[in-house]
Design a protein around this ligand. Structure first.
Ligand SMILES: Nc1ncnc2c1ncn2[C@@H]1O[C@H](COP(=O)(O)OP(=O)(O)OP(=O)(O)O)[C@@H](O)[C@H]1O
Length: 201
């Protein structure tokens, strides 16, 4: 993972005919982490989707060395399958070894939920199952959208420890959150609503 790198240059995003942000630059080397902060609707998720290649930027470029894994608020895990089956399905799509699933479930402290249908999970448990998919992919670049949402204090601390481990191994973490995160950031980019842009501080 030590070759991981993420470079955003002059990124701009337009959605619904509205410019959400422009001229956004970010450089993260192996082991780096950054938080995208700002109020609801300002464009944090949109930025992560651009980095993941799911949304086209209005302007600017994304350069990324290493595979990318996005954990967002959309429920990617099939609600009718068990946690293990749902993760196995994605492991096949993500071309990741299913043997990693048990370790990922243990890391996120949900090994006891492996055979429970996804639809029976609580909000925080579902979030941890979605994060398990990211661990299974072993992608160097983690994009975490509102990772603290739904997590209790212990789970947030466990995620913080996993992020630290990932960074120590040369991974990169870019997290979008309006809340403080359970790990230290190299830098925080504060997106501002257009009506605030240009106002005197
Ligand atoms: N498919 C879409 N078409 C048009 N506009 C969209 C679309 N999806 C999102 N938007 C708009 O883009 C803006 C930014 O949305 P985004 O989800 O990126 O914000 P956010 O900062 O992540 O918000 P939150 O903190 O609530 O998660 C919002 O005003 C939203 O209404």
């Amino acid at each position: 993972m030590s070759d991981a790198m993420l470079l955003l240059e002059g990124l701009a995003c337009v959605r619904g005919g509205r410019m959400l942000f422009a001229g956004l630059d970010l450089a993260l080397a192996a082991g780096g982490s950054a938080q995208i902060a700002g109020p609801n609707g300002v464009g944090k998720s949109s930025l992560l989707r651009i980095v993941a290649g799911l949304l086209r930027p209005y302007a600017g470029t994304v350069r990324c060395e290493g595979a990318v894994a996005l954990t967002d608020e959309l429920d990617a895990l099939d609600r009718e399958r068990t946690v293990r089956q749902a993760l196995t399905f994605w492991a096949r799509i993500d071309e990741a070894p299913a043997e990693r699933i048990d370790a990922a479930l243990a890391d996120l402290r949900i090994a006891h939920l492996a055979d429970i249908p996804v639809r029976m999970l609580s909000t925080g448990q579902r979030k941890r199952a979605a994060l398990a998919r990211t661990l299974v992919t072993a992608a160097p670049v983690w994009l975490l959208d509102e990772p603290a949402n739904g997590l209790d204090v212990e789970s947030a601390a466990a995620l913080g420890a996993l992020v630290d481990r990932h960074r120590a191994a040369g991974g990169i973490v870019l997290a979008a959150s309006h809340l403080p995160l359970a790990w230290a950031q190299d830098l925080t980019i504060e997106l501002r609503a257009p009506r605030d842009a240009g106002e005197a501080p």
